[in-house]
Design a protein around this ligand. Structure first.
Ligand SMILES: Cc1ncc(COP(=O)(O)O)c(C=O)c1O
Ligand SMILES: [Zn+2]
Length: 420
């Protein structure tokens, strides 16, 4: 018993049975007009009632402490310690940006060093429970690295369709976990390949594989609800004024919002936060401004170092979360991302992926515009570790000299720092 009653469309609310084939098109009724992802509808046992509040934090040392809110029982979970990441105060950065109440949720502390582990743990758990033997994804980034690890843990075959130019560290993670890597020259072929695998062999595809993208498999998105549960717990029942996160297809944004909405509906929290999408090219910003449900595909005006979130079109699930939370989207392009990355490491000791830094750029922007005030509690969700795209991060770093003697070393470092 998975706890899945069925699916509901995020846009039109239409209900679908639990045996609906998830085919990356999202809601069949909305597909032609404005494609929209589905969300899970859980059984009463899985959905929590107010009386469960006191039992919320069980002793389970992973996000599965919230299993009663997830589509799989804890005893059936595929877990390697995902979630429960620290919420770190950022006093120095916060002082400089004049956002003194800035907190960073460091998702780089997950098992494969990104927030995608929340998704993969839940998706692979449900897939295994349903008897799936092969999981597949069209990602050679954090999602692929994460899925490969959880598939390995579950004893499932994992197929990752990749493209030339995938980041070395993430590719290494995928290969070390024994996933099959199938590189393609074109992104479209990657998607067609996954689609054919789904149709011919019943693969459980976790990533999107059709355009326009609606988002990833709804089962995995449930995992992101735990971001909201953890934040509220870590803030002792309080709710931040703002949650800011890097957004691509908006899986994490949609799950985070769903988590907050659940807590609010059950009166576990008194209010809801405003959500901010830090995006690269601006499709969410354009859709928010234009009021349409179909997101525009933005012509990329420049390349970006925030490769993990570099897609030119986001999804309706992200737009809907922003609208409902009275939220905002901030297009950051390639704006000083490596410099912000360095500042975060220098001021707070946190080395995060370039894509993750976009959340800080957006906070800086909104504070300067006085949209975020200096009295606001602000959470930046830092989605991945800086070791994930190390090559990109180091592009402009000066070479480190090797010293021929300690005398040389002393004269070098005495110019660099105070020695005592
Ligand atoms: C580091 C990082 N941050 C953020 C995202 C955004 O993911 P999404 O908006 O699809 O949840 C991704 C993946 O796409 C990522 O790899
Ligand atoms: Zn619909």
């Amino acid at each position: 018993m998975t706890g899945i009653v069925g699916y509901a469309c995020i846009r039109c609310g239409a209900r679908y049975p639990a045996d609906l084939v998830i085919d990356s098109r999202g809601c069949p009724a909305c597909h032609a007009e404005a494609p929209s992802n589905l969300r899970l509808v859980l059984t009463r046992e899985s959905a929590v009632t107010g009386t469960r509040r006191s039992e919320e934090a069980t002793a389970v040392p992973s996000l599965w402490r919230y299993a009663h809110r997830l589509p799989c029982p804890e005893g059936m979970a595929v877990s390697i310690g995902e979630g429960l990441t620290p919420l770190v105060p950022a006093p120095s950065l916060g002082a400089r940006l004049n956002v003194p109440l800035l907190l960073i949720k460091d998702e780089g502390r997950n098992p494969t060093w990104s927030h995608k582990d929340r998704f993969s743990s839940v998706a692979v758990s449900v897939a295994r429970q349903q008897g799936v033997r092969v999981v597949a994804t069209a990602s050679s980034g954090n999602a692929g690295a994460s899925l490969a690890a959880y598939a390995a843990r579950a004893g499932l075959t994992c197929i990752t369709a990749t493209f030339a130019g995938a980041a070395g560290p993430m590719l290494a993670q995928i290969q070390k976990a024994g996933a099959v890597v199938v590189p393609f020259e074109s992104k479209l072929d990657r998607w067609t390949f996954i689609e054919e695998g789904v149709q011919r062999y019943g693969w459980f595809a976790t990533s999107p594989y059709r355009a326009p993208v609606v988002g990833s498999h709804p089962v995995g998105i449930e995992g992101y609800k735990t971001l909201a549960y953890e934040l509220v717990e870590q803030m002792h029942g309080a709710v931040p004024d703002w949650c800011v996160l890097p957004v691509c297809y908006g899986d994490a944004l949609a799950g985070l919002w769903q988590g907050f909405k659940e807590l609010h509906a059950e009166q576990c929290i008194e209010r809801l936060p405003r959500l901010v999408a830090a995006e690269v090219h601006g499709s969410l910003s354009a859709a928010l401004a234009g009021g349409q449900d179909r997101l525009p595909d933005i012509q990329a005006s420049s390349s970006t170092a925030a490769v993990s979130i570099g897609a030119t079109r986001s999804s309706f699930q992200a737009l809907s979360a922003l609208r409902q939370s009275n939220g905002l989207a901030v297009p950051v392009g390639d704006y000083n991302l490596v410099a912000y990355q360095e500042q975060l490491a220098l001021e707070e000791g946190l080395f995060v992926e370039i894509a993750s830094v976009t959340a800080i750029v957006a906070i800086d922007f909104l504070r300067k515009k006085n949209v975020i005030s200096s009295a606001d509690h602000v959470v930046a969700i830092s989605t991945a570790s800086g070791l994930k795209d190390i090559d990109l991060s180091m592009t402009d770093s000066p070479p480190i000299p090797i010293h021929s003697s300690t005398k040389n070393a002393w004269s070098f470092i005495s110019n660099e720092v105070e020695l005592a």
